[in-house]
Design a protein around this ligand. Structure first.
Ligand code: BG6
Length: 294
């Protein structure tokens, strides 16, 4: 059976054996298996049985919309929204399968503003439709987010794929493709820097917003002999990229294992340094493609 559905989630299973699991809560992808291995990190302390419109899922691919982090300007329309917006706290609908053949399996999930929990919706009362499109092949996971403005006025939004990669050992991981790009460092009070080294390594708390990244392809090198299991990440229509690892701060997070920071890194393509302005009746689309070197 290529599709399994229960009350909480949908599992898509490709003929190659690769699979992806999507919770209706946030349309959060919580698992992507290919080549016989889990490729996404999900904290073992994530509270998947308490998805109540308040708790987020720490792991997988939470969708950030319409606000990344907390709005920095008190006057922003999204100023009263929780960190990372409302989409990840809302229960999405299953819209069905688009493509099911030997090559790919593609399915859709939808969220309209009316499905957003009332206490959050009232803080950003815009009319919108979101469609999240998930495509699975033997070695690729592709995600597209479509945002449609159903209101009569333009609105501004952030969107981001908060992707948690599972890594065997963070000390061996490097991320290539972000050199010579200015980033704002949240750990250093948003001071701005630029790295000239061709790869980033992580050996401390890291929380960087790379701005206006002109390259659309990165390599997440796991440092394995022979380069096996590396990820390539492509983004489209997403100008920024966030790199995050909480390091030992994870010990103070109730739903994140104390030592699990050693086995994850978030590389998050998004559009977060400016709001995308979307006119009434218009649709915006952005996405990411994750590919594993099997
Ligand atoms: C990252 C942010 O995108 O998400 C970090 O840059 C934040 O600052 C992290 O801590 C996790 O956020 P949350 O709300 O899922 O714990």
């Amino acid at each position: 059976m290529p599709i399994q559905i229960n009350e909480e989630k949908v599992s898509l299973i490709h003929s190659s054996g690769s699979s992806v699991e999507v919770y209706f809560y946030g349309a959060t992808i919580t698992s992507w298996r290919c080549g016989g291995k889990e490729r996404l990190f999900l904290s073992k302390d994530s509270k998947l049985d308490e998805l109540d419109g308040i708790k987020e899922i720490h792991g997988g691919i939470p969708l950030v919309f319409p606000q990344f982090a907390k709005a920095s300007e008190p006057s922003a329309e999204t100023a009263n929204l929780p960190q990372h917006g409302t989409a990840r706290f809302s229960t999405w609908k299953w819209l069905g399968v688009d493509v099911d053949n030997d090559e790919e399996l593609t399915a859709r999930f939808g969220l309209t503003d009316a499905q957003v929990p009332e206490n959050l919706h009232k803080e950003w009362p815009k009319k919108f439709d979101l469609i999240f499109i998930v495509t699975l092949t033997a070695d690729i996971l592709k995600n597209i987010l479509e945002v449609r403005n159903k209101g009569t006025e333009p609105f501004g939004f952030n969107a981001l794929f908060h992707t948690y990669y599972s890594v065997p050992d963070i000390s061996k991981v490097s991320i290539k493709g972000l050199n010579d790009i200015t980033y704002s460092d949240k750990v250093k009070n948003f001071a701005r820097f630029k790295d000239v080294k061709d790869s980033i390594t992580i050996d401390q708390e890291t929380d960087r917003i790379y701005e206006n990244v002109p390259r659309d392809e990165f390599l997440i090198d796991l440092g394995q002999p022979g380069g096996v299991d590396n990820f390539t990440l492509k983004k489209f229509n997403l100008k920024d990229t966030v790199v995050w690892n909480p390091w030992i701060k994870a010990r103070s997070m109730s739903d994140f294992g104390d030592e699990e920071y050693k086995n994850m890194v978030c590389v998050e393509p998004g559009t977060v340094t400016e709001y995308v302005k979307l006119e009434a009746d218009k649709t915006w689309k952005g996405g990411q493609i994750l590919k594993v070197q099997l």
